[in-house]
Design a protein around this ligand. Structure first.
Ligand code: HEM
Length: 526
């Protein structure tokens, strides 16, 4: 193969030299060889095994399709779909992946981990386990059975305890934590009526709720614990950036010495282990009690070998649940605030719905908010309109054939074109108000009972789909809707921009959506 390529390079090089008469020899030879190499490289790029996804060509190695994608991700994906079909391969900033669009996404989710593995797909982009191993050697995560069952105890515990009808036991704590967050995490200069709310403050508010629900009442109000839990995911992301830009061994060194997450884990362990030790001792004397916080639930989840976890083993999951829940919830709360920021009309609509609910139920609680269809529809719109252009990556564990005959080769990273389906009128109903899918329609899902913010499907992929669909989505939805309704009771929300329009999202790596660089302005309502 290499010989063939060399021969072709030589041949093209000679042809180029012959075309130009009397060439300035060395310069032309070099440029001819460069041109030939480029031509061959392009040739090998577009050559592919039969039935594998077509490769979208590019000119600059490493950057690949990254610049085109970053310029206008929605347009780029649409163009690729039209030119190369529903499944194609791109390279962006050193990462090569197969992009799946439209109904083929559903097919991918249905295949299961044997073919397309979600955890391996995440690990490809975010080497979570490696970062954890490098940073922390005092305690290891419990093994997960992998043969017939790919569910870790933490996923089972969230699935078993966080369905809509089970959230009642957390309600008073959520109310209390939201009140505390509004009081302590929103800061005004003396005499000022307005302030800017940044994502860090939102994250701290969500951390406040999570600490009480996950770590329990005894330690859940510790500011040290709240901060450690709220900032944990961000620290992991910083370390992950080192792994995307440096060779793995160097990234290990940087992570260990400069981006250490062990302080945050030490803090969570320092707080949670004594609480769980006390619970365990009490249960040994008096028998099992009904847990009312998540880490107590984890104490009842058997390890992979069937043994009961020690307080340290159970407590170690606190960092995992913080990672899975706080950052995601904070992102979508922030996006909802931005979506509302240039829509005072929709803010008013939510206030009217809140007032009507208070009249009916007496007081606004997290459960009452879940009975408010407009705010739920607005949250579903927030999920729909702020999804990654390509996301929920899986890894092909073996050659995987899709129904159109395309084979995704073993080892490939497979990304789903989420924003594309969320805006595709053949998949997403525009609704009775006919408001374009690129805009928010606060009532788009109000009259459609099967389209709650927690109802996942091809038309709502932000919580994933199928076997791994987010089991924490009922909690997230209740928490975000309640937080929004409470913020709107006290404040008007406006954008922190010169043109009065909502601040635009940022895009990372050409395909991930990030929250805007600026916060939103909150102004006290008189
Ligand atoms: C708006 C907030 C949230 C978003 C957008 C979100 C999104 C997601 C997504 C996309 C997945 C992967 C699904 C798939 O591959 O099909 C996932 C999994 C998961 N989420 Fe969430 N999540 C959120 C909040 C939460 C909360 C509050 C919790 C915990 C209470 C949680 C716990 C989990 C767990 C444990 C998994 C792994 C499920 C599995 O592997 O089977 N998430 N989430």
């Amino acid at each position: 193969m290499n010989n063939n390529i060399n021969e072709v390079i030589e041949h093209i090089s000679h042809r180029v030299q012959n075309i130009l008469k009397d060439p300035p020899s060395p310069v032309l030879s070099v440029s001819a060889a460069v041109a030939a190499t480029w031509a061959i490289w392009r040739l090998t790029l577009t050559r592919r095994k039969a039935n594998t996804p077509p490769i979208v060509p590019y000119n600059i190695p490493f950057i690949g399709n990254g610049l085109d994608l970053s310029k206008d991700p929605r347009k780029f994906i649409d163009k690729c779909k039209k030119r190369y079909g529903p499944i194609f391969q791109i390279t962006t900033f050193g990462k090569t992946m197969v992009v799946v669009t439209g109904p083929y996404i559903q097919e991918c989710f249905r295949l299961g981990d044997k073919y397309l593995d979600f955890n391996e797909g995440v690990e490809d982009f975010l080497p979570l386990q490696r970062i954890l191993n490098i940073s922390y050697d005092k305690q290891k995560r419990q093994e997960v059975k992998h043969e017939n069952e790919n569910k870790s105890p933490i996923v089972k515990a969230v699935r078993n305890n966080f369905k809509s009808h089970q959230l009642k036991i957390f309600e008073d704590r959520m109310q209390y934590a939201v009140d505390r967050g509004l009081e302590l995490d929103i800061h005004f200069e003396p005499g000022a009526k307005s302030t800017t709310l940044e994502i860090d403050a939102v994250q701290h508010m969500v951390g406040r709720i999570s600490a009480l629900l996950f770590a329990g009442r005894e330690v859940g109000e510790s500011e040290e614990l709240i901060t450690a839990m709220a900032t944990y995911a961000q620290s992991i992301f910083k370390a992950a950036i080192a792994y995307t830009s440096l060779p793995a061994n160097l990234a290990d060194f940087v992570t260990k010495n400069y981006l250490d997450i062990s302080d945050q884990i030490d803090i969570t362990m320092k707080h949670i282990t004594p609480v769980l030790t006390k619970v365990k001792e009490q249960e040994e004397k008096e028998g099992q009690m009904d847990p009312d916080f998540f880490m107590h639930m984890m104490l009842h989840m058997p390890n992979a070998d069937g043994s009961q976890p020690t307080p340290e083993e159970a407590g170690f999951w606190l960092q995992d649940i913080s990672f899975a829940s706080i950052h995601t919830t904070s992102l979508f709360t922030t996006w909802a605030l931005h979506l509302l920021s240039d829509r005072p009309d929709i803010q008013e609509l939510i206030r009217q719905e809140t007032e009507a609910a208070k009249k009916k139920h007496g007081v606004l609680t997290p459960a009452v908010v879940k009975d408010m269809p407009i705010i739920d529809s607005i949250f579903r719109e927030t999920l729909r309109l702020n999804s990654d252009y390509i996301g929920i990556n899986h890894k092909a564990m073996q050659d995987t054939v899709l129904s159109n005959g395309i084979i995704i080769p073993k080892g490939k990273s497979v990304g789903m074109a989420v924003d594309d389906v969320h805006n595709d009128p053949t998949i997403q109903h525009v609704g009775e108000n006919n408001i374009p899918l690129t805009e928010m329609d606060p009532r788009r899902f109000v009259s459609r009972k099967t389209k709650k913010s927690t109802s996942v499907g091809l038309d709502l992929l932000s919580f994933g789909l199928g076997y791994h669909a987010c089991p924490g989505r009922y909690l997230a939805s209740q928490e975000i809707c309640y937080l929004l309704a409470k913020i709107l009771e006290d404040y008007d929300i406006s954008p922190d921009t010169k043109d009065g329009k909502r601040a635009p999202n940022r895009v990372a790596m050409g395909f991930l959506q990030l929250t805007p660089a600026k916060g939103v302005v909150l102004t006290k309502r008189s």
